[in-house]
Design a protein around this ligand. Sequence first.
Ligand SMILES: [Zn+2]
Length: 90
Amino acid sequence: MPEPDRIVAGLSCRDVLADLSDYVDGELPRARVTQIEAHLAGCDWCERFGGEFSTVVRAFRQGLREPTPLDDPVAHRLRARLDRELPAAP
Ligand SMILES: [Zn+2]
């Protein structure tokens, strides 16, 4: 892995990578976002590696937000039991 300690726009690649997860989540202060984007724009190493990483992180977090499917056997048993034990509406 080449030169993660190079400094671009006042940040080292290591600093950028450390903040990348929060950056993808939009949890960084605006000033920090600007600084990171300036680094990414001027750093070919981060543009390549960090760009790929942020795509992966974004996809991963979107995956976590997807609702859990309720078509597993436990959900079916729960549904069947509720149907049996709850009186039907008159
Ligand atoms: Zn960099």
